[in-house]
Design a protein around this ligand. Structure first.
Ligand code: GDP
Ligand code: MN
Length: 384
């Protein structure tokens, strides 16, 4: 789960990271009041879950409350990479002398948290990694021992920071790591971390991604979820306890088990021959009853690209007759107008088959093997 810039920075501040003392506005009038209260130059910043807001016109300096109001008026409601801006952060303007990049992320390859830093902050870090990889400093952290001072010092040294900046920088690295660890974060990023004219260091931008699997023990962070920024189908799936990822293809998939779901997607790609592909990843999970099947079918069909649905169930804990019953219930509620391929194997497959056959669902075909099911689904999507 992504946090907004203001949420990430307020969270950083709880661990001592210095941030500009700004506030969030949802109307131009509020922006005016906040800018007046702050006084002097402020920066008006769009709060949406995408990077590169600066380049998209979502970050603007204002030298008076009137100007802040005018910028807020332009930025609120603006579309940035497909997301509508609902909130702006009004921060006191920073006196930027130098922009640094600092992040802590999960490095899956080493199974450890990783500090990523660069003296060339501000710009797109992915681009910097491509163009000048030597400008990026990496330091792994042992999660058992935690971050050692010498490691943070080594980062400061490799970045060629002025000697007087080492102490405050090292402190920020430490605080950011504490914040990352205590938040079950996958990413805690400051870009830019700025050095101001008076030598002080300030986190001007912030980004955090929280591990979804840890949200149950992070109620404070879980409550920060911005429902407006979530794809509707993904929200429904989350609430129904279904794993769902929307993809670009035309064949909706309803599968039990993540591995089988991946295999099903591979088979669709294989027989889709570059022309047809899976419309989604969907795992209804083990022991899925009728209500989950209803939710899954609704979610799959909410995607307008879907031209056919492939149901692939291998009964283990999940029983095929349960899925079949659920499917019939779902069919009556959702009334799909696309062809459906169904493969039921494993526990109570025969009972499931019988239920489906007796229901006489129009445009539903069954298949015994996954190969047959995938071929039929592609043919159906083609309109054959
Ligand atoms: P992003 O484009 O989404 O990463 O948004 P940022 O918050 O990083 O802002 C983009 C750029 O705007 C930064 O790299 C800075 O150069 C500039 N910027 C942001 N806040 C301030 C500020 O308070 N003062 C000045 N002068 N520039 C700022
Ligand atoms: Mn940034």
């Amino acid at each position: 789960m992504k946090l907004h810039e203001y949420q990430a920075k307020f969270r950083f501040a709880e661990f001592g990271v210095p941030i500009p003392k700004g506030k969030v506005a949802t109307t131009p009038e509020e922006a005016f009041e906040i800018a007046k209260e702050i006084g002097g130059t402020v920066v008006v910043k769009a709060q949406v879950h995408v990077g590169g807001r600066g380049k998209a016109g979502g970050v603007k300096l204002a030298h008076s409350p009137e100007e802040a109001k005018a910028h807020a008026d332009t930025i609120l409601g603006m579309d940035i990479k497909g997301l509508t801006v609902e909130k702006v952060l009004i921060d006191p303007g920073a006196d930027i002398q130098k922009e640094i990049y600092l992040a802590i992320t999960n490095d899956r390859a080493s199974g450890k948290p990783l500090i990523i830093a660069s003296a060339e902050g501000g710009m797109d870090i992915e681009q910097l990694a491509k163009e000048r990889p030597e400008a990026i400093i990496r330091e792994h952290i042992d999660p058992l021992f935690g971050l050692h001072s010498y490691q943070a010092n080594a980062v400061a040294s490799k970045m060629n920071l002025a000697r007087e900046q080492w102490r405050p920088f090292v402190k920020i690295v430490r605080q950011l790591y504490q914040c990352y660890a205590a938040s079950d974060a996958e990413l805690a990023e400051i870009n830019p971390l700025v050095i101001q004219g008076n030598g002080s260091i300030l986190a001007v931008d912030g980004k955090m991604i929280i591990d979804d699997s840890a949200l149950s023990r992070q109620p404070k962070l879980a409550a920060m979820r911005d429902l407006a920024d979530e794809v509707e189908a993904e929200r429904q799936a989350r609430e129904a306890g279904i794993s769902y990822v929307k993809l670009d293809g035309q064949i909706g998939c309803m599968v039990n088990g993540a591995g089988l779901a991946m295999t099903t997607m591979d088979m669709i790609n294989l027989y889709g021959d570059g022309e047809f592909g899976p419309a989604n990843f969907l795992d209804i999970g083990g022991g899925a009853g009728p209500e989950k099947v209803v939710a899954a079918l609704k979610i799959i069909l909410s995607d307008p690209n879907v031209k056919a649905v492939l149901v692939n169930i291998f009964g283990g804990i999940t029983r095929c007759d349960d899925v079949a019953k659920g499917f019939i219930e779902a069919y009556d509620i959702v009334k799909p107008n696309v062809p459906i391929m169904m493969r039921l194997q494993g526990t109570n497959a025969a009972e499931g088959q019988e239920i489906i056959t007796n229901a006489n669902i129009p445009r539903l075909e069954t298949a015994d093997t996954l190969t047959e099911a995938a071929q039929k689904a592609v043919a159906a999507a083609r309109g054959v």
